[in-house]
Design a protein around this ligand. Sequence first.
Ligand code: LLP
Length: 445
Amino acid sequence: MMNGRETLKINEKGHLEIGGADCVKLAKTFGTPLYVFDESYIRQMMSVYRDTLAKKYAGKGLVLYASKAFSCKAIYRIADEENIGVDVVSGGELYTALQAGFPAERIYMHGNNKLDYEIGEALDAKIGCIVADSYSEIDKIDREAEKRGLKQKILLRINPGVEAHTHAFVQTATTDSKFGFSIQNGTAEKAVAYALTKKNVRLDGYHCHIGSQIFEKQSFVLAAEKCIDFAASLKEKLGFVTKTLNLGGGFGVWYTDEDKKISPAGYAEYLEALIEAVERKAQEKNLDLPYLLIEPGRSIVGEAGITLYTVGAIKEIPSVRTYVAVDGGMFDNPRYALYQSKYTPLLANRALDEPTEIVSIAGKCCESGDLIAVNVNLPKAESGDILAVLSTGAYNYAMAMNYNRNLIPPCVLVKDGKAEYIVRPQTYADLTRNDVIPAHLEKKN
Ligand code: LLP
């Protein structure tokens, strides 16, 4: 039931604890719904990847935290303190990282359709590298760099055509993908030749990312091999030497007992498998080892986070289903609505009670698909119970919204049993802050 890590424990009161903080107390102090993150888990995962790369890879490299999984100022501070880089996918993520004082040279920018102003902002900030995803983007970067008298380092996003076993919406490296230049149909090769003609960009190598929530090592290894094969063939054909290879993120995490539980050492093994493939292939093809980048997001923050809710209405529909409704829903976690994702909920105030019922956890939005978890085991829930949903650290707050003008819950970070806001609660005033009533609609007295 639990994710098998130090992060989560049940204390002598039978309450769930995260990072040494009692979840019932957290709910009382900060209210619900509430996102809670365990700082030590996040640091542990960042350092495992960082140290494995440093110790096991014969070349050099850098771990980039894929900040789309969870972006706020504090997480960039942690990544900076852990001496890793970050990837950002929008002007907004870039802005947040810079506001947190994150060093620009360790920021990489992605996106399949970066806007002119986003590229401009990236160049003005002098970020380390932009990953170009299309011809028009190579042109844009070249143009914007010329305006500023810069030569911008870029990588090309290539698509190795590896089908990974995950939800179709989070698969990114099949030929029918909006991301990257396909190796298989020859566009990647043409794009390299094209980028090399541009004066204000310096092509440094390739990026690939095959998808997310993937457990098979073989898919990652295959993608790495294909990238090295591609690098070797381009060296032969165009004399272009790949200096940097970014193999993306995608390592799966535990959500329910249908998923593997991977320990930090287990994640190190995933990275070691990638390293082994890169070293072996580079040697076979007689290439210098590239500067190696990886971009894990979910595996760094996913299991570090939980969401706390208060149980409200309980609706028993005889011989059909029992709905346990909570004070959150798809506005703080849209992943069931989007991907039919599975989660493990438990009663944080009665964590030792045996499950006796199969129920579905419903949100409070006016939408039948507003569910958090379907057909899950739970002790008989009562209104007022604190319900914890585990493994919500990645792509929950990051994907939260104000549907039905519900407030996006705050985030707290737990360190040594103490919790502090890292994202404060929204207020109703935040909801209407940008609303405008045109003169002709103004209320006339
Ligand atoms: N690098 C690139 C270029 C990516 O597109 C992604 C994720 C990552 C790295 C990080 O992948 P991770 O280690 O987190 O699997 N909203 C979806 C997930 C979308 C992932 C998008 N790209 C979800 O909730 O499952």
